[in-house]
Design a protein around this ligand. Structure first.
Ligand SMILES: Cc1ncc(COP(=O)(O)O)c(C=O)c1O
Length: 377
């Protein structure tokens, strides 16, 4: 999608633009991989559960990965998919009957969850989330296998076969740009479980790999082909970010410019609350207009009262002025779903781009804010 096109056709600000063509081309890549190795693709809806995306993605995936009752319900109501895979440390006793009805696959996060709930589930196939105890990340905020991890059963504590358990699930990485973690994890599982590993009906390799940024796929294909050859197992992967991240743009307008200790600060009509991972992980999002050779340095800041509501410092070719529009890119995943109206600033409008057309599909008003904070049921 072209920057000029966004600026010409999107006439409200701030606006979140979703490029359906980008999602379809990403799904095409998975289709090509599926021609070389036998695996099933699930979309992890936690990255962006917009109904238009679920409908767009549904014909191209073999199911959906969900983390809660609401996510399962949304997939069930929005698509015709009967393949809904649940993985969460948060199963509530009061919800298990409905989850069991909606989900085709349920992965327990602990032996305790398994003991409490397995007997109540009649039709779903059951699995265990495994913590293979191989850590690939230094930052513990998003390391699923760090010390004292709450995610999954320690591999040393799980013995196969387990009564009622047909599958295993693991998810061990965050935004990985190669498949080294997958190779090492499968190797460990194979040597740990030995022949029992072959008796599983299915194996879910999780998400966390940036298939949209990776260029070397042979190692992934080799891993899957080896699993195909050695087991009767069905293989699932459940990416979220890889499918939707490149499709998301945030258009914003400069509403003020001020000097501060020798630097230029541009205040935008958006804030990090429209993409909270900027603050959570202290990572500046990519800006379409940024040019490392540009002579004009500016700190782009959000318009809330939080001092740390700052996107980052960028180099631009031209000095900014009030009313200029800027576009952040590659923020389709984990942005809108985490967005909030802190300070009473509205959420961005949502636009949909497909086959050369852009249209607005969502606009929030004051009444949505008022309703959220109304204490009347
Ligand atoms: C269990 C599980 N599966 C899949 C995903 C999707 O990961 P990503 O969007 O990084 O591909 C996540 C992300 O947190 C996850 O926790």
């Amino acid at each position: 999608m072209q920057l000029a096109q966004i600026k010409a056709l999107v006439n409200t600000s701030p606006a979140f633009i979703l490029d359906a063509d980008s999602i379809l081309s990403q799904l095409q890549l998975f289709k090509q991989l599926q021609q070389q190795a036998n695996f099933k693709l699930l979309f992890a809806i936690k990255a962006l559960p917009l109904d238009a995306i679920l409908k767009l993605v549904a014909p191209h995936v073999q199911g959906f990965a969900v983390s809660s009752l609401f996510e399962a319900q949304l997939v069930h109501e929005t698509t015709t998919s009967n393949n809904i895979h649940l993985t969460t440390p948060g199963i509530r006793a009061a919800e298990i009957a409905t989850l069991a009805r909606l989900c085709s696959h349920i992965n327990f996060n602990s032996q305790n969850q398994y003991q409490r709930f397995a007997a109540q589930i009649k039709s779903a196939t059951l699995g265990m989330r495994l913590n293979p105890k191989l850590s690939f990340l230094h930052d513990q905020r998003f390391n699923p296998c760090g010390l004292h991890s709450k995610l999954g059963v320690d591999i040393a504590e799980l013995s196969l076969p387990m009564q009622n358990i047909q599958g295993l699930h693991f998810h061990t990485v965050f935004s990985a740009t190669d498949f080294q973690a997958l190779i090492q994890t499968l190797k460990k599982l194979q040597s740990h479980f030995g022949t029992a590993f072959k008796d599983l009906a299915w194996l879910n390799l999780g998400g966390g790999y940036l298939f949209n940024q990776i260029t070397e796929f042979q190692s992934f294909i080799t891993c899957i082909q080896a699993l195909n050859a050695n087991q009767a197992t069905e293989i699932f992967i459940e990416p979220g970010k890889a499918i939707v991240n490149d499709a998301g743009y945030l258009l914003t307008t400069v509403i003020d410019i001020l000097p501060s200790d020798g630097k230029n600060i541009a205040i935008l009509d958006t804030s990090v609350n429209h993409h909270p991972e900027v603050f959570e992980y202290q990572r500046a999002p990519k800006l379409c207009e940024a040019n490392s050779k540009g002579k004009y340095q500016v700190i782009l800041a959000g318009s809330t009262c939080l001092a740390g509501d700052v996107f980052g410092e960028y180099s631009l070719e031209q000095e900014l002025k009030i009313g200029d529009k800027l576009v952040f890119k590659q923020l389709g995943a984990y942005s809108l779903i985490k967005a909030n109206r802190f300070n009473g600033y509205n959420l961005p409008d949502i636009y949909w781009h497909q086959a050369g057309n852009i249209r607005r599909i969502k606009q929030y008003q004051y009444c949505d804010y008022q309703q959220q904070w109304s204490s009347e049921c």
